[in-house]
Ligand binder design. Structure first.
Ligand code: SF4
Ligand code: SF4
Length: 424
């Protein structure tokens, strides 16, 4: 698809502004009623999904040209898709797809951000988006007794992703994950320094060529190695496998599970038994890429026809993703399996969750905006009275750690894996 393919959708945007807010029935307080970080931070309609729809149409029609402001409007957005969920409460439109295509058009037209070019250069030279050396990938597991699937077969491939591979502060979580899998008797392997970026971030910032290269690489490598199950604890990678990989049309002969799904399965099968008490009141942050953005991609092929001389319909009708089929219960079930631990919910949860701030290349290009977005989520977590904020994604973890360091908020932060390990 291209931006042009969404022209009719864009023209059906009624400028109702519903994409800025949670759906009415989901609002519990005025304080946490916003859905769109970009809109609140930018404080102008152009920074909402509806605003970007108008900008996209104006570009297509040649009524506006690129300016620094327009480029900022396009990229100052985490692509977390809360707008998409809210818009679809009222009408079948795909504002998130439009914004993804708008970014691809910007890249095609050479309208890119220096911070994003740094990420892409790092991909081209070292297969990661963090500016690190390829040779250092896999160091997080150096002294772990874990199989190397490039040399021997394993039932499960653990995919660490760029953030866990290179963010040393987070290595413990990846190592804890391997420990948990081994305790459950899982035959697990990793690809060490042969692992490469999933390509998801490249897709989000509009670099389709790089995305396709990495998606093809992953699928072809794992199909050839006869990998049956890929488990990742990075929600961004998981979202890429589910939402973006199907777009390139290559058959994936393996199942992909997020670590929370897999751990939930292992607990329910009795292979992990959390028997130790962890007396803690926690609240859980749904990572966008594990929630609404992990809802599988639904391909549509058909034609758009005009009926009654004006209304454009899709033939056959298109099925829409509405965010409801993300991974919401497995992480909560893992938490509920821990004795002594109490889960209290924030106001914006599941498909209505507020973003952590890190996504869509915002952490790299607009760090202040990313930090404010995380600050907002921490405020919401604190409002529950919980002692700890728990998440299941290294990008959220990084974003919250940075925010806590700067705002000094008194709330503990955990990855779900750390709590489960404590309970065993
Ligand atoms: S994108 Fe959807 S919710 Fe936003 S203004 Fe347009 S129609 Fe309304
Ligand atoms: S993806 Fe997130 S930040 Fe971007 S317009 Fe939608 S709700 Fe706002």
């Amino acid at each position: 698809m291209t931006l042009q393919d969404y022209r009719n959708d864009i023209q059906r945007c009624s400028r109702c502004s519903l994409c800025k807010w949670l759906p009415l029935a989901q609002i519990k307080s005025w304080r946490f009623a916003n859905a769109c970080p970009s809109m609140v931070w930018g404080n102008f309609h152009a920074y909402s999904a509806g605003g970007r729809m108008i900008a996209a149409l104006s570009l297509l029609d040649g009524r506006i040209d690129y300016t620094d402001k327009l480029v900022e409007i396009v990229y100052q957005c985490q692509m977390g898709g809360a707008c998409d969920v809210s818009c679809k409460v009222n009408r079948d439109l795909d504002p998130l797809e439009v914004m993804l295509e708008l970014r691809a058009k910007c890249v095609e037209d050479g309208q890119v951000l220096p911070a994003h070019m740094v990420m892409i250069e790092s991909l081209r030279s070292d297969d990661n988006v963090l500016g690190e050396l390829k040779a250092e990938r896999g160091k997080w597991a150096e002294d772990l007794d874990v199989k190397d699937i490039t040399k021997e077969k394993a039932d499960v491939l653990y995919f660490a992703g760029c953030r866990y591979s290179f963010d040393q502060d987070l290595w413990k979580i990846a190592r804890d994950t391997i420990a948990l899998l081994k305790m459950a008797g899982v035959d697990v392997g990793i690809s060490g320094k042969e692992e490469a970026c999933c390509g998801g971030r490249a897709f989000e910032i509009g670099y389709r060529g790089e995305f396709t290269k990495y998606a093809e690489h992953s699928i072809e490598t794992w199909n050839a190695a006869d990998v049956r199950t890929v488990v990742t604890s990075c929600s961004d990678c998981y979202g890429a496998f589910k939402f973006h990989y199907p777009r390139i049309g290559k058959k994936m002969n393996f199942e992909v599970l997020h670590i929370t799904e897999y751990l939930d399965r292992l607990i329910k099968e009795g292979r992990l038994k959390p028997t130790k008490k962890v007396p803690l009141q926690v609240t859980y942050h749904d990572p966008c890429h594990l929630g609404r953005l992990s809802e599988p991609y639904i391909p549509w092929e058909g034609v758009e026809r005009k009926v009654l001389g004006q209304v454009v319909i899709k033939d056959p009708p298109k099925e829409y993703r509405r965010g409801t089929n993300g991974i919401y219960e497995p992480p909560r079930d893992v938490l509920r399996s821990i004795q002594g631990l109490e889960l209290v919910e924030m106001e914006r949860i599941k498909e209505y969750a507020w973003c952590c701030g890190a996504g869509g290349g915002v952490m790299e290009a607009y760090p202040e905006f990313a930090q404010w977005t995380a600050d907002e989520r921490i405020e919401e977590a604190k409002a529950t009275g919980a002692e700890a904020l728990v998440t299941a994604c290294p990008w959220c973890e990084r974003s919250f750690r940075d925010a806590l360091e700067h705002n000094g908020a008194k709330i503990k932060l955990y990855d779900i894996v750390e709590l489960l390990l404590e309970a065993l």
